[in-house]
Design a protein around this ligand. Structure first.
Ligand SMILES: NC(=O)c1ccc[n+]([C@@H]2O[C@H](COP(=O)([O-])OP(=O)(O)OC[C@H]3O[C@@H](n4cnc5c(N)ncnc54)[C@H](O)[C@@H]3O)[C@@H](O)[C@H]2O)c1
Ligand SMILES: O=C(O)C(=O)C[C@@H](O)[C@H](O)[C@H](O)COP(=O)(O)O
Ligand SMILES: [Zn+2]
Length: 363
């Protein structure tokens, strides 16, 4: 018997088109309906690691009568560059891709960020569908319409808000994911727990070893709860004019670490260090209680995520954080917690407090 499919609605408020995130297994039957009848061409953007998945999708869609444009891109962050975006635009141009045609992004968050960005920019915006294949992409990257690429100066500095027409999270995809990538995705799951849904933390803490694999007893629930957190936030603030900033918890330092590592670190690992830092900052700023701050260390460490980064890199990290997207003029802004599931903005913290918080993180 096939498992039930969970449908989570996103958007549909404040003039945005609603779409659904489906979580389950064997969801490809849903793809044709999402592509719609107007499309003649479908571009499948997938990473090298998912060449077989790309081929299978191509054959399936060709059988349904679509003209398929297969666009294989590099794995991970190497895909989030202007050069790779230009390569995708070239493929679309050469195939005569029009405004009624559809892009399907299949892969991790790097691929869905790129595919969504190409969809946002091609002909000033075409329809796209996300098929996330990592935990991180299912719970976060593929949902909410933030699309983009990196530049040498920083993470996601070029992009657009361009929500997908639908998101298909096929849990079977997670079986082939290397454990490090699986665990990296748990950073965003844990983020959702700290900012909004502490049951997520309880479920992970009930068996941290099981939480590290797709075979764990709570996998589907953890993914669905995290998607609901993201869906609720982006449905009321698509363009990050306020509330959406809470989804950036741990990202101010996390993105600076990613840039410092020339995007070789996994996003989730950098966000893990960034959440540790944000917890210490919240504690030192007198906002966060000791128990919740300490809980960051224990849960992140228990699932195998990093807590520390190089102490001597602080000056460089601070410079990068100054141009974080949440900064306003010279004002540094961080998401911290006033307590469990009580995210808030800390503006212009005392430099001595910032350094002291990094003192707990740096080694
Ligand atoms: N747009 C957003 O709102 C948002 C939110 C969170 C993160 N992100 C972005 O997402 C990216 C990180 O995404 P990620 O953690 O999914 O990493 P990723 O996309 O880099 O994927 C990690 C690796 O796993 C491979 N892979 C993907 N699916 C696989 C599968 N099922 N089996 C085997 N290998 C597979 C990929 O090719 C890659 O090599 C970052 O660029 C981050 O900035 C965006
Ligand atoms: O969706 C959001 O908003 C987020 O901040 C989610 C983050 O997990 C994600 O990494 C996002 O890409 C960061 O966005 P950025 O605007 O800080 O680049
Ligand atoms: Zn993130």
């Amino acid at each position: 018997m096939s498992e039930a499919v969970t449908r989570i609605q996103v958007g549909g408020t404040a003039g945005t088109d609603p779409y659904e995130v489906l979580v389950g297994r064997q969801l490809l039957g849903e793809l044709g309906g999402l592509i719609g009848e107007k499309a003649q061409r479908v571009a499948i953007v997938h990473p090298e690691a998912l060449a077989e998945t790309g081929d299978a999708l191509r054959a399936d869609l060709a059988e349904q009568g679509y003209e398929v444009v297969a666009v294989q891109v590099p794995n991970a962050e190497e895909a989030k560059t202007a050069e790779v975006a230009a390569y995708c635009w070239k493929a679309l141009g050469q195939s005569g891709f029009t405004r009624t045609d559809v892009i399907v992004g299949v892969g991790g968050g790097a691929t869905t960020d790129l595919a969504g960005f190409v969809a946002a920019t091609w002909l000033r915006g075409v329809r796209w569908i996300a098929i996330p294949t990592t935990v991180l992409a299912m719970v976060d990257a593929a949902v909410g319409g933030k699309t983009g690429i990196n530049t040498a100066e920083g993470k996601n500095l070029v992009g657009a808000f361009h929500p997908p027409a639908g998101v298909l999270c096929d849990l079977a995809a997670l079986d082939s994911l290397p454990v490090n990538d699986y665990v990296s995705g748990l950073a965003e799951v844990i983020k959702a727990g700290f900012i909004a849904d502490p049951v997520i933390l309880d479920l992970i803490e009930s068996d941290t070893e099981a939480a590290r694999t797709p075979a764990g007893p709570h996998t589907a629930e953890l993914i669905e709860r995290s998607i609901r957190v993201k869906a609720d936030v982006v449905s009321s603030d698509l363009k990050e004019s306020g509330l959406r900033e809470i989804l950036n918890y741990g990202h101010t330092l996390g993105h600076a670490i990613e840039k410092n590592e020339r995007y070789k670190w996994r996003h989730g690992a950098a966000v893990s260090v960034g959440m540790h830092f944000a917890a210490e900052l919240g504690r030192l700023a007198g906002r966060l209680d000791d128990a919740t701050a300490d809980r960051h260390r224990t849960i992140l460490e228990a699932v195998g995520l990093p807590l520390h980064y190089r102490y001597d890199q602080w000056p460089k990290l601070l410079e990068t954080m100054k141009v974080d997207k949440k900064s306003r003029g010279n004002l540094l802004r961080f998401i911290v917690l006033d307590g469990l599931a009580k995210p808030t903005v800390l503006e212009g913290p005392d430099p001595a407090v910032l350094l002291a918080a990094y003192g707990e993180v740096g080694q």
